[in-house]
Design a binder for this molecule. Structure first.
Ligand SMILES: [Zn+2]
Ligand SMILES: [Zn+2]
Length: 152
């Protein structure tokens, strides 16, 4: 049977035939990432006798996985927003020294990897820290060589 979810009192599982079954927590034994059914459970639909439930991650593991996924999504969104800002800046910006619109945007390194690792290891604070320190984009005039930071 495949693990479908759990709460304080129940474990939900689905048979290969598609039949859904709810077990009381006291009907199963959870050992690490495995769930064993105390008494063999015979599926009412296909009559298969089940002894265990597959695909279980511990609650902690599930939570950690969700946290990592949401952090990665947040970093992706922030990166996309930053890239959009850079794109806009690229099209509207003019060199403050010579007025040329021929400029190049040099990314000082957004550090997605670093931010993501910070998020996993340190939680939201680390994630923010990783992003804040890294969002420095430099614009370089291709004509006169003048360079300045985005937003300055
Ligand atoms: Zn079945
Ligand atoms: Zn210039």
């Amino acid at each position: 049977m495949k693990f479908e979810g759990s709460n304080d009192r129940s474990v939900f599982a689905r048979c290969d035939c598609g039949a859904f079954h709810r077990f009381d927590k006291n009907e199963v034994t959870i050992v690490d990432t495995n769930i064993y059914i105390n008494d063999t459970y015979e599926c009412q639909k296909c009559k298969y006798k089940h002894t265990s439930i597959d695909g279980y991650l511990s609650e902690e593991g599930n939570k950690a996985q969700e946290l990592i996924t949401s952090h990665i999504e947040a970093v992706k969104r922030m990166k996309a927003a930053a890239e959009e800002e850079i794109e806009r800046e690229k099209h509207t910006v003019k060199c403050k020294k010579c007025g040329s619109s021929q400029v190049s945007v040099g990314d000082k390194g957004f550090g997605l990897g670093k931010a993501a690792i910070g998020g996993i290891l340190l939680g939201p604070v680390g994630l923010l820290g990783g992003l804040v320190g890294s969002k420095k984009t430099v614009i370089i005039c291709l004509k006169c060589g003048h360079r300045w930071e985005v937003g300055k």
